[in-house]
Write a protein of this length. Structure first.
Length: 271
């Protein structure tokens, strides 16, 4: 009888040892697997919608001391055509060959100075035209695939604001040039279409004017200039917005009364 109890106890002991041993082994395996999964997820990289500059095609732009690449008129046309037809934007970090946020802001500031925008702003520390925000993105198209695009399809959107001026600039991420600008003026309003600045806009966009004479509509609110032998166009739009006597325009955390304001848009067009 004692021998039977001995074997029964030994069997139960071995069974319990097997059960607890299996549980410990399973926990150890799960721990190792968890560590692998965490390590793998930690190293996961979200693929950019654009590829780095491939080093083919154009040489660096001599006007930028060889630091940036120039684009052909065809590349400019393709980039602007895709951007103007976008349904939305996919934001991403700069890749090789694209300018940084700091460079985009600096280029935007220099563009505003060259175009004489913001000159009417007060010179005080709190009232000058200042940088607000910037974002880099590529346009989302209907039926877009996941194939990476060339880096020149991305644009920096840079916003500046002041007491009497608001400007949103769109800079190509490779060239750093402003290819579209939306400027809203609340003071020192131009009384007519500033056609004299359209050619300056084209030159600063890194493009060549083909015809010096701009085509102006009858209302004198729009002007078109032929660029790059007709492959591209430069457009200028002037909107004089008249408000009611009690209208309020709110900007830069202030509320000021205005009876009107002007919106001027410069842009590179493909057709």
């Amino acid at each position: 009888m004692k021998k039977t109890y001995k074997y029964t106890f030994l069997t139960m002991f071995l069974a319990l040892a097997f059960i607890f041993g299996s549980m410990a082994a399973m926990n150890f395996i799960l721990y190792i697997r968890e560590g692998q999964l965490l390590s793998e997820s930690g190293m996961a990289v979200v693929e950019s919608p654009v590829r780095p500059w491939q080093g083919w095609g154009d040489e660096p732009d001599e006007k930028d001391d060889g630091k940036r690449y120039s684009l052909t008129a065809v590349q400019v046309r393709d980039a602007m055509e895709r951007w103007n037809k976008r349904l939305g934007e996919t934001l991403h970090d700069p890749v090789e060959g694209q300018i940084s946020m700091e460079e985009a802001v600096q280029e935007g500031e220099e563009w505003l100075i060259s175009m004489g925008i913001g000159e009417g702003e007060a010179q005080g520390a709190d009232d000058g035209l200042k940088f607000v925000k910037a974002a880099l993105g590529v346009g989302i198209q209907k039926g877009s695939s996941k194939v990476q695009l060339e880096p020149y399809y991305s644009f920096w959107t840079v916003h500046f604001s002041g007491s009497y001026t608001d400007a949103v600039l769109y800079l190509n991420a490779v060239t750093g040039r402003v290819w579209r600008a939306e400027v809203t003026l609340y003071d020192n309003l131009p009384e007519e279409l500033p056609c004299e600045k359209l050619e300056c806009f084209v030159e600063m966009a890194g493009l060549k004017v083909t015809d010096d004479a701009a085509e102006i509509n009858e209302e004198k609110t729009q002007a078109i200039l032929v660029v790059e032998d007709g492959l591209l166009y430069a457009g200028l739009d002037y909107q004089n917005v008249v408000l009611g006597d009690n209208a309020v325009v709110e900007y830069t955390n202030r509320e000021l009364l205005h009876d009107r304001y002007v919106v001027i848009t410069y842009e590179i067009l493909t057709d």
